[in-house]
Design a protein around this ligand. Structure first.
Ligand SMILES: [Zn+2]
Ligand SMILES: [Zn+2]
Length: 405
C-alpha cells in the first residue's frame, strides 16, 4: 500500500510497497484512511526529530516493541473495512462501512495487544497493569503514553491502519470525512475548556491564532462564551480568527506590554479582565500577559508546549488576584465525542471547520506538497490534509471531487 514512512530526521519517504497492516489482536479493527492531517508535532519530527520517536529504542517502542520505519500521521478519518473477532463484545456499535476517527494515544490498556513489549513484560513482573492516571481515566496522562504515527505503531499517513476498537469514535453521516480529520487537532483545544469547567457566559482571551488557538475560538463558541478576544501579532492569522466572530487584538500596536494589557482588559466585559486566558503561544510574555489580563479569580490555562527553561514569573501576580494557573494536556476520547456532539448540535458549524483546511495533497506528493510547503508557509496554512485515496497522483476521495464541482 501507499504511505509516508518515517526513518528519522529529514527522512520521510513515500513508498508504494508498504505491506497492508493486518489485525493481530481480536479487539482491533482495520480502517481505510480517507484523510490525514499533518500536525506541528509531525513537522517537528521531520525537522528536528526524533522527539516522540526517540522512545523507539533497540527493543522498539516500549508499549508495542515496534521499530522504525513507521508510517506517520495521527489526525485521520476513514471507514472500517474489517473487524476483529472480539470487537462485538466490547463495541457492538461498530460495523464495517462506518465512518470513524481515532483517538491516537496508546496507554496502559493497549499493552495487552503486544504482550512481548518492554512495558508489558514490566507490568507482568510488577503486577501493575495500569498506572495511576489510567486508573483515574486520565489516559492522556498515562505514564507510558505514546501516539500511533509517532512511534507506538504505524499511523494514518497510509492507505490502511489497524487501531484497537476502544480508540474509535463514530462519525455521523452529516460530517464530511475531510472535516472529521480535524476532530483530533480540535480536541486539544476542546479539552482545555472541558477540564477547566468553562461555563456558559464566561469570557475568554485566546493568545495565539495558530491551529490550537483557532481551535480554542471554536471551542469558546461551542461553550457559549460571552466574549472572545484573540491576541495575535501576525495579520493573516488575526484575519483568520476574525472570521470566527472574535475580537482581534494586535499586541504590537502598543508601545509597552503594560499598555497592551490595559487595552486588552478594556475589551473584556465590564473592562475588569477575562474569566479565562488560554495561552497557545508559550512565550514568557504571553504567559505573563494572560495572567495579568484575568479578572480576580480568573484562570490561566497553558496549552503550549514549552522548552525545558524556567521563566520570570512573580507569584504575587497570581496570589493578589486569587488567580489560578493550570495546564491542559492533549485529550481523551471524551473530547472526540464532545466535538462530534457539538457538530451534531450545530455548535461547531461545518463551514467553520472547512476554513481550517487550507490545502489537500495526494499522498504521493505528501513530503513536498505537504510537509515542506507547511514548513515554508507556516503562516498561510492552518491544516494541510493528505489523502491516500489517489489514482495517478490525483485525489479520488469523493468529498474532494464534490467540492471541486
Ligand atoms: Zn498532533
Ligand atoms: Zn497508564
Amino acid at each position: 500500500m501507499k504511505g509516508l514512512l518515517y526513518y528519522g530526521k529529514d527522512e520521510l519517504k513515500f513508498s508504494n510497497e508498504i505491506p497492508r497492516p493486518k489485525i493481530t489482536h481480536p479487539e482491533e479493527v482495520l480502517i481505510k484512511v480517507h484523510w490525514c492531517g499533518i500536525c506541528g508535532t509531525d513537522l517537528l519530527e521531520y525537522v528536528k526529530g526524533p522527539v516522540f520517536f526517540d522512545k523507539v529504542g533497540p527493543h522498539g517502542h516500549p508499549i508495542s516493541g515496534i521499530r522504525l520505519p513507521q508510517t506517520m500521521g495521527h489526525e485521520l478519518s476513514g471507514e472500517i473495512v474489517e473487524i476483529g473477532s472480539d470487537v462485538a463484545k466490547i463495541r457492538s456499535d461498530l460495523n464495517i462501512g462506518d465512518n470513524v476517527v481515532c483517538e491516537p494515544t496508546n496507554y496502559c490498556k493497549d499493552k495487552k495487544r503486544w504482550p512481548e513489549s518492554d512495558s508489558s513484560l514490566r507490568a507482568l513482573k510488577t503486577g501493575t497493569s495500569e498506572c495511576e492516571a489510567c486508573r483515574l481515566g486520565l489516559t492522556n496522562l498515562c505514564e507510558d503514553n505514546g501516539l500511533f504515527g509517532l512511534g507506538v505503531h504505524n499511523g494514518g499517513l497510509a492507505e490502511y491502519i489497524v487501531v484497537a476498537a476502544h480508540h474509535i469514535v463514530k462519525v455521523p453521516s452529516f460530517v464530511p470525512l475531510d472535516c472529521a480529520a480535524l476532530v483530533q487537532p480540535l480536541s486539544v483545544s476542546y479539552h482545555a475548556f472541558r477540564v477547566n469547567d468553562f461555563k456558559e457566559g464566561s469570557s475568554a482571551l485566546i493568545i495565539g491564532a495558530g491551529a490550537i488557538g483557532l481551535g480554542c475560538i471554536l471551542a469558546a463558541n461551542a461553550f457559549d462564551a460571552s466574549k472572545v478576544v484573540c491576541s495575535e501579532p501576525a495579520k493573516i492569522r488575526r484575519e483568520q480568527a476574525e472570521k470566527f466572530g472574535v475580537t482581534p487584538f494586535n499586541p504590537m500596536d502598543y508601545r509597552s506590554n503594560e499598555e497592551a494589557i490595559r487595552e486588552l482588559k478594556k475589551l473584556s466585559p465590564g473592562g475588569s479582565g477575562f474569566d479565562y486566558a488560554f495561552d497557545c503561544s508559550g512565550l514568557p510574555i504571553t504567559f505573563n500577559t494572560g495572567l495579568a489580563a484575568l479578572k480576580p479569580r480568573g484562570t490561566l490555562v497553558n496549552l503550549a508546549i514549552w522548552p525545558h527553561k524556567p521563566i520570570d514569573f512573580y507569584p504575587m501576580a497570581m496570589t493578589s488576584g486569587e488567580k489560578r494557573i493550570t495546564g491542559s494536556m492533549c485529550y481523551t476520547i471524551e473530547d472526540f465525542e464532545g466535538i462530534i456532539d457539538c457538530m451534531a448540535k450545530g455548535k461547531m458549524p461545518i463551514e467553520h471547520l472547512r476554513e481550517f483546511i487550507t490545502k489537500k495533497v495526494p499522498i504521493e506528493d505528501g513530503v513536498e506538497g505537504g510537509f515542506i510547503d507547511l514548513i515554508k508557509n507556516k503562516d498561510i496554512h492552518i491544516k494541510i490534509l493528505i489523502s491516500p485515496m489517489t489514482e495517478n497522483g490525483e485525489i479520488t476521495e469523493e468529498g474532494y471531487i464534490e467540492e471541486q464541482q
